[in-house]
Design a protein around this ligand. Structure first.
Ligand code: DX5
Ligand code: ZN
Length: 230
């Protein structure tokens, strides 16, 4: 995983067919996905439940590129080794998930995986400034985590711009998660984001049997973002 600020589209398999994850991962990569975004939810940190490390391990052989695991769980630390062993390339934990995010990020880095720090819409970036030497990615949530298909929260764009200025020339990705569409992707790309997670906007209209719409959706989001990134 060499560092670059080129736009990367990361479809979230939260919007995939849960009975067919392997084929869905192969289909989105064949249709142009750069990363595969995997949303882990525990019914405690967020109101929804998805799946855990066993499912991540099962889908790993179906992903050629980056497996980007977004942990919406609390506590986090006891499960980091399991997600690393499951083959995650990036493991993101939420700043709000516990009192010791510094320790959590250290533990992720200790596995040899890239460390991501996710922040909810209500969280400011001041705390992030103290963690910049420990993270490879900051995930700015542009919806309240828990469900796909929610409306993009526009107040987060200014946060992305400020975060981009704070990061400077450090090799840290800015990832956007929630409500990314052809309309909102340019707004966050212009503000400094380079990884765009999209669930419903990628999977709409397509299926494993008919994956071409995945490719058209990915291409449209990418084109809009690249144009805005300049
Ligand atoms: C929300 C998840 C997102 C979600 C995005 O809690 O972290 O990754 O799947 O879905 P869309 O793109 O539909 O907003
Ligand atoms: Zn996510």
């Amino acid at each position: 995983m060499s560092f670059s600020r080129t736009i990367k589209i990361a479809p979230s398999i939260l919007s995939a067919d849960f009975a067919n994850f392997g084929a869905e991962c192969r289909a989105i990569e064949a249709q142009g996905a750069d990363w595969v975004h995997v949303d882990v939810m525990d019914g405690h940190f967020v109101p929804n439940i998805t799946f855990g490390p066993a499912t991540c391990a099962a889908i790993r052989p179906h992903i050629k590129g980056v497996m980007d695991v977004h942990l919406m769980i609390s506590p986090v630390d006891a499960y980091i080794d399991a997600f690393a062993a499951a083959g995650a390339d990036v493991i993101s934990a939420h700043l709000e998930a516990g009192p010791h995010i510094h320790r959590t990020l250290q533990a992720i880095r200790a596995t040899g995986k890239k460390a991501g720090l996710a922040i909810n819409p209500g969280t400011g970036i001041e705390a992030v400034s103290h963690l910049l030497d420990m993270v490879d990615l900051v995930c700015v949530m542009t919806v309240n985590p828990g469900f796909g298909g929610q409306k993009f929260i526009h107040s987060q764009i200014e946060k992305v711009r400020n975060l981009r200025a704070m990061i400077g020339d450090r090799p840290i990705h800015i990832e956007i998660d929630g409500g990314v569409t052809v309309e909102t992707a340019p707004l966050v790309a212009a503000a400094g984001a380079d990884v765009l997670v999209a669930g419903s906007a990628v999977f709409k209209g397509g299926s494993v049997e008919n994956p071409a719409p995945y490719g058209a959706n990915i291409a449209a989001i990418r084109a809009a973002a690249v144009k805005a990134q300049g």
